[in-house]
Design a binder for this molecule. Structure first.
Ligand SMILES: Nc1ncnc2c1ncn2[C@@H]1O[C@H](COP(=O)(O)OP(=O)(O)O)[C@@H](O)[C@H]1O
Ligand SMILES: [Mg+2]
Length: 272
């Protein structure tokens, strides 16, 4: 953990030294060049409601909603810190990523989304962007009829993809798929239009993107320009120092607001 913290501190100091803006100019220019594709309005009125059981959630380590679980506090702390940052910056969109797969992105995204939806009066939209290895739906034990990939491929309406997992103020956009390749879809004008739409139409809504890993494809780094800030999940004792450094280099110029040390012996207090 010390090694990871040192790598993070060093990278952070280097970033601060550059005095770069949180969103690079090249991203803004690219952002402006893309013609907006306005997707249909996301409303929750027609969203399919699926019931989830408490014991099922617990078995899949979705514990943010449980009052008597020792780790629920961890996500409450994370929620407070994230909310503070979002409120202070006027942000409403957050991407969650990690260097590699299996480091806890989805578990963090789902637990944080539940924790936020339980606490705040804003609605939370959780988008499964890991189109190659989707798993948000499995956390809720949902079998989606359609998802983001189906919407982006053009044959399904967005409203037919949204699911409410039986929790107030939380809506899921499952990934659909899985796809063998997703870079083109994630970089497509339709996806960019959707990202703009979910951000701008309801400023009070918090949008959490469960993103693909940074090091296994260019999906995430390409998409981050459309997300206001991001969290990096690292797995203590597993994520290698070189991978952390390479990830931080790739995230340079993007708005990394914190790091979650997953599976940490100090998991009670997420490093942030
Ligand atoms: N803190 C943790 N303690 C125990 N198991 C965990 C923890 N974080 C993740 N896992 C498990 O590890 C696996 C990978 O986690 P996941 O969140 O799906 O990773 P990713 O989305 O980064 O690929 C899942 O089976 C998940 O339940
Ligand atoms: Mg995942």
């Amino acid at each position: 953990m010390e090694k990871i913290q040192k790598a993070l501190e060093k990278a952070r100091e280097q970033r601060e030294d550059t005095g770069r803006p949180s969103i690079p100019h090249r991203s803004r220019a690219a952002h402006q060049r893309n013609l907006p594709i306005v997707p249909e309005e996301i409303t929750y009125a027609q969203t399919r409601v699926v019931d989830t059981t408490e014991s099922g959630l617990h078995d899949r380590r979705i514990i943010a909603g449980l009052t008597h679980h020792e780790l629920s506090d961890t996500f409450r702390v994370l929620r407070t810190q994230v909310m503070k940052t979002l409120s202070a910056s006027g942000f409403s969109t957050l991407g969650i990523t990690s260097p590699n797969r299996g480091e806890g992105k989805t578990l963090t995204s789902v637990n944080l989304a539940i924790s936020l939806a339980m606490h705040i009066t804003r609605t939370v939209l959780l988008v499964d962007m890991d189109l190659r290895r989707p798993s948000v739906h499995t956390c809720f034990d949902i079998t989606p009829e359609a998802g983001l990939a189906d919407y982006l491929l053009g044959d399904v309406a967005l409203s037919d993809c949204l699911v409410n997992p039986g929790m107030e103020r939380l809506v899921i956009l499952p990934a659909g798929g899985p796809l063998r390749s997703s870079s083109e879809l994630i970089a497509s004008p339709k996806m960019i239009g959707l990202a703009r739409e979910v951000k701008s139409r309801y400023p009070d809504r918090v949008v959490i993107y469960d993103l693909p890993p940074v090091l296994t494809s260019d999906d995430t780094v390409g998409f981050l320009q459309h997300v206001e800030c991001c969290l990096l999940v690292l797995q203590e004792g597993s994520t290698r120092k070189g991978d952390v450094q390479r990830t931080l280099n790739l995230l340079e110029g993007y708005n990394l607001i914190g790091t979650v040390l997953n599976k940490s012996s100090e998991m009670q207090q997420p490093y942030y």
